[in-house]
Write a protein that binds this ligand. Structure first.
Ligand code: FAD
Length: 472
């Protein structure tokens, strides 16, 4: 008879979600296994957030030479970029971040299993020849970049974010296919590093923006740095001296193509059918974001694999929730944080709360600021971008914002706090705004928004009652 090992919890995937789950599980039990297929070190540290930001920082630093002349600093145009050195630094930083993460599983000995796990039922799974019974299972297998099958025939001339950081250098001509967050970050970074970039998108929306005014402002910035083609689906073909990428009336021949058309949950072949729950048309099981539970099973689904929000902090939260619930008697329902998204472009692209497209027409007022004349941004030669903010017509409660703006990554956190606390336009205007800061631009947008309401025209709150009447 086959030996079946038993554990309290089995975690599938040692990425950010799986490791966050592991931290919770270990507070209550040491009877667990964590199974990981492929490289350790998490997508975020290995091929995602961190190496991409290392590349982007190099690009922004080099691009800054174009502003130096305006400050009276001469010689900036003579600077050059050493692409192999840029890529080597990206990998060096990547290795540093990965080394920090792999420690979490290194110390687990036989409870950390390298291999591909597959479900055999709600409390039953296998890794190679080994089988386990687990009271609770946490699925955190992440996602992978989508590459259309025929494009694989181009070999290493077609790259994804999973492979590009391994390149010793970057070629002179690159096509980026996909204008989502990842595509935009790479396209602008490579263009700023002096590479001739043509970026292709299926629609005109950039990096998840839904506010057409903000989208247009960002497009105007990118149009000066690279060629954007939004004429339809891109097609690849062999061409003399490279790969031809065509869409609509555009055809370019490039040395390399970066495919960034989206990521798919790593759920295919994992055995979801064995759970006995109905899968939707995308093959996804019924899933509760507040408990991370699949249906009413003792199986939890966390991180990119659930297709909810492919972001590091969301993966970590879902890992926390899954781990917490996997060792609890009954699942606890957790409130999710205010949605926030940042794309590390220049200017930064960010969304917070409800996006423009999520708000029912006629239910909100809008305010905006154009950063071209904003004081601190002008002083810093960063005066590019547009911020738009939305609040409920009734009561003025802040709903959300979209922006491409200097300091977007900071302003979006301030707004997330305000939205999470249920603050109104007037509440936020009562914050102190130091002078001169980029946040004064946000205040301009808030004042524009406040002008729609019959409110107290002062940003300052009146003094609380002195209780003088009570004394008299
Ligand atoms: C280029 C890029 C840039 C990004 N930038 C940002 C950013 O700036 N900010 C941000 O918030 N997010 C960013 N992200 C997203 C972020 O990296 C992910 O949301 C996060 O890493 C997802 O973590 P995870 O635990 O779900 O998946 P992962 O970290 O991918 O972990 C899943 C693990 O499970 C393993 N696995 C898969 N199938 C099995 C199986 N059957 N059995 C066992 N193991 C399995 C996988 O091999 C992997 O090791 C970026 C992503 C990319 C690709």
């Amino acid at each position: 008879m086959k030996n079946i090992e038993t554990v309290d919890v089995a975690i599938i995937g040692a990425g950010s979600a799986g490791l966050a789950a592991l931290r919770q599980v270990r507070k209550r039990t040491e009877s667990f296994v964590i199974i990981n297929d492929g490289a350790y070190g998490t997508t975020c540290a290995r091929v995602g957030c961190m190496p991409s930001k290392a590349l982007i920082e190099a690009a922004h630093a080099f691009h800054a030479r174009r502003r130096l002349g305006t400050f009276g600093i001469r010689g900036g145009e003579a600077l050059s970029v050493d692409l192999p050195a840029v890529m080597a630094r990206v990998r060096e930083l990547r290795d540093f971040f990965v080394a920090g993460v792999v420690k979490a599983t290194d110390a687990l000995d036989e409870r950390s299993i390298a291999g591909r796990a597959r479900l055999l039922g709600a409390g039953h799974l296998a890794v190679g020849e080994r089988e386990f019974r687990a009271k609770r299972i946490i699925l955190a297998p992440g996602s992978h970049p989508i590459v259309p099958g025929p494009w694989r025939a181009f070999g290493d001339r077609v790259q994804t974010s999973d492979s590009i950081f391994e390149l010793p250098t970057l070629p002179p001509r690159v096509a980026v296919i996909g204008l989502g967050a990842i595509g935009i970050e790479f396209a602008q970074a490579m263009a700023q590093l002096g590479i001739q970039v043509t970026a292709f998108g299926r629609g005109t929306r950039l990096a998840g923006l839904t506010d057409s005014k903000v989208n247009a402002a960002m497009r105007a910035v990118l149009d000066q740095q690279l060629t954007l083609c939004t004429d339809g689906d891109a097609e690849l073909s062999e061409a003399e001296g490279g790969i031809a990428v065509s869409a609509g009336n555009t055809r370019v021949v490039v040395d390399q193509v970066l495919v960034a058309i989206g990521r798919r949950p790593n759920l295919q072949g994992i055995g979801l059918a064995s759970l006995g729950v109905a899968l939707d048309e995308r093959g996804m099981p019924p899933w509760d974001p507040t408990t991370t539970r699949i249906g009413d099973l003792d199986v939890f689904l966390a991180g990119d694999a659930n297709g909810h929000a492919a972001l590091l902090h969301e993966a970590a939260d879902e890992g926390y929730i899954a781990g917490y619930n996997a060792v609890a008697d009954d699942p606890t329902c957790f409130a999710r944080r205010t949605p926030i998204g940042i794309v590390f472009a220049e200017p930064g692209i960010a969304t917070v709360g409800q996006r423009h497209a999520d708000i029912a027409p006629g239910t909100a007022f809008e305010g905006e600021v154009d950063f071209s004349r904003q004081g601190r941004s002008r002083v810093a030669q960063r005066n590019v971008g547009l911020l738009r903010i939305y609040a409920a017509r009734e009561g003025g409660k802040l709903l959300g914002a979209e922006m491409c703006a200097p300091a977007a990554e900071h302003m979006v956190h301030l707004l997330a706090l305000a939205i999470g606390q249920g603050l109104s336009v007037q509440d936020l205007l009562r914050l102190p705004f130091y002078h001169p800061v980029i946040e004064e631009g946000l205040r301009t947008a808030l004042r524009d928004l406040a002008s729609h309401y019959p409110m107290d025209p002062s940003d300052l709150a009146s003094c609380p009652s002195s209780k003088a009447e009570a004394l008299s």
